[in-house]
Unconditional design. Sequence first.
Length: 91
Amino acid sequence: MYMKKIIITSLMIGLIIASSVLQQGCTVTKITERGGAQLWSENCTRCHSTPPPNVYSDEQWDVISTHMRVRAAMTNDETEKIIEFIKSANK
């Protein structure tokens, strides 16, 4: 019985320490604070290598973004920021 209390107490202390370390070590950037370049990097490169922005026209990127928004489960805001970034890099 005494050993069981020690094990449970140790586990609880470990969980508390781990959660405080994770909270201090992880920073979360809100989507609204992320720019198109960061969203492009985070979303597009996780599945495939991304072509340079000038490979496709602005109209082609619009079609691609509609398709990839669904495939990557991105929000409209995220998709718009990425397309804005691509089109600005295309000029």
